[in-house]
Structure formats: C-alpha cells, structure tokens
Ligand binder design. Structure first.
Ligand code: COA
Length: 260
C-alpha cells in the first residue's frame, strides 16, 4: 500500500511509525486508520522487527483525536459502525499484536489519540504532552476503547472524572496516574523509547509474545487471566527459545534466541 498519512522508518530490529497529518494535528481519518492497520499487520508479521514505536509528526500533537470532520453527520448506524470497525482494525489489533508496541506521546493525545496510545502496550510522554478524552464535550463518548482502557490503566474514579470533565491532564499528572511510564524532554523522547526497545529486543520474542497474551487475557471479561498465564507458561517450555535461554543462563553466557 502507498502510504499518504503515515511513514515508517526501520533500523536494526526497530520500526517507528509516524502519523503524518500535522496540519490536522494528526487526526485519525479513515484513510489513516486503514494505513495504520496495514502497517501494523505487515510489521507484526516481520520476524526481523522486534519492537514498534508509534508517534506523531510535528511538535504539537501525537494525535488530536478521530477526525471530527468525517463523522459529524453520521447516523446511529454509521456511528456504531465507525466504532466497531475502528476497534477491530486498529485499537484491538494493536493491543493483541504480539510484537511490543510503544506509544511515544509527543504532544496532544486526545480522544482517539489517547485511545490509540492506550491500545499500545505502554506509553512514554514528552514534557509537552497533554492527554484527555474530550468526547462528551462533542456529545459523544469515547468509541475506540477509551471507556474500558482508561479505567483499567488509572482506576475507575480518575477515569470517570477525566471522561466526565472532558479535561486534559499534563504529562506529570499522567505519570502520577500511571498512564505513562516515563516523562522525558522532547529531544529525549525517541532515543529513550529506542533504548527501551533495544532492551526488549535482547529477550526472547517468543516468550514476550506469550507474556503479552497472558497479560491481555487478564483484562478480558471472558477469560481467566491466571489460567491463560498457566497455559502460556507451559507452552514456553516447548520452545527452542526457552531451551536456549535456560541453557545460556546455566552456562553463564549471553543467550542467542533462535526465535521459535
Ligand atoms: N478532527 C479534525 N480536525 C482536527 C482535529 C480533529 N480531532 N483536531 C484538530 N483538528 C484540526 C483543526 O480543525 C485545525 O484545522 P484547520 O487549520 O483546517 O482549521 C487544525 O487541526 C489545527 O487545530 P487548531 O484547533 O487550530 O489548533 P489549536 O492549537 O487551536 O487547538 C486542540 C488544539 C487540540 C485543543 C484543538 O485542535 C482541539 O480541541 N481538537 C479537537 C480535540 C478533540 O475533541 N478530539 C476528540 C475527537 S472525538
């Protein structure tokens, strides 16, 4: 696919996806959602790519939300469809990707932008970042998983307040809430993400895949996370990576994971 609204840079085992509609503060229109779906699918299937970082272009925004101009006249049926298709194609898709995805929040992450960051496996913000779910100020609710993932990440009371007030929080408050793992200067944002990505890449990508599945299972209402963890843990014992990892430890050498 020829990308119009995103670009991808790859170096070593890392891919960086940049959403590139700065004149619209990187708002997510349908075209961008489709491009992101294709990009995540292809990078997720690439065994060379061990970690994916997603960020926004320009200095102002990560993503300022779903593109309001596209859905302002939608019917009930179209509104429902917008949320269902978006969740399946992008937000749930990222959460369930077994390649780790880090959100590098470089400015406004609002509405669908914060929902996109929350669908990633974890988040790092620069000190200019501002986050919120302003949907109720538009007469709608978060539709890309925000009502579920925000309470999971910061607790029900804080999420209720953020959703009901439609207000924004700054990076320090997001850190205090546990919404982002680190707050760094704008210049440090991508280098810090890349450094963490490099540490992740040294570990078994097979074991990481099962860890992601087990952690996610605990947040699904229809799955018992602890049983899923037991199953996934047992499965690891049949992998070459597990054999290499444990042998290397016992031999007091660095592991060289075969990736299977
Ligand atoms: N959808 C569509 N266009 C958007 C957008 C969105 N979510 N967010 C910003 N834009 C566009 C603006 O319409 C403007 O386009 P224009 O220059 O063609 O008029 C451009 O991006 C710049 O935004 P602007 O509002 O002029 O910047 P600002 O610095 O004054 O304000 C925000 C920044 C983020 C506070 C403001 O853009 C905003 O509130 N955006 C909407 C956030 C939102 O409600 N998101 C949830 C959507 S469900």
């Amino acid at each position: 696919m020829d990308y119009e609204n995103i670009y991808i840079e790859e170096e070593n085992n890392l891919a960086i996806i940049t959403i590139n509609r700065p004149s619209k503060l990187n708002a997510l229109n349908q075209r961008t959602i489709t491009e992101l779906h294709v990009a995540f699918k292809e990078l997720g299937e690439d065994p060379e790519i061990k970690v994916i970082i997603i960020t926004g272009s320009g200095e102002k925004a990560f993503v300022a939300g779903a593109d309001i101009s596209e859905f302002a006249n939608f019917s009930v049926k179209e509104g429902r469809q917008l949320a269902a298709v978006g969740q399946e194609k992008l937000f749930d898709f990222i959460e369930n990707l077994t390649t780790p995805v880090i959100a590098a929040i470089n400015g406004f992450a609002l509405g669908g932008g914060l929902e996109l960051a929350m669908a990633c496996h974890f988040r790092i913000a620069n000190s200019n970042a501002r986050m919120g779910l302003p949907e109720v100020s538009l007469g709608v609710i978060p539709g890309y998983g925000g009502t579920q993932r925000l309470p999971q990440l910061i607790g029900k009371g804080r999420a209720m307040e953020m959703i009901m007030t439609a207000g924004m929080i700054d990076a320090d408050k997001a850190f205090a809430y546990g919404l982002v793992n680190h707050v760094v200067s704008p210049e440090e944002l991508l280098p810090v993400c890349a450094k963490i990505a490099s540490r992740i890449s040294n570990n078994s990508s097979v074991a990481i895949k099962y860890a992601i599945k087990a952690v996610n299972a605990g947040f699904r209402y229809d799955a018992d996370g602890f049983s899923a963890e037991i199953d996934a843990f047992g499965t690891c014992f049949g992998t070459d990576d597990f054999k290499e990892g444990t042998s290397a430890f016992l031999d007091k050498r660095k592991a060289d994971f075969p990736g299977s």
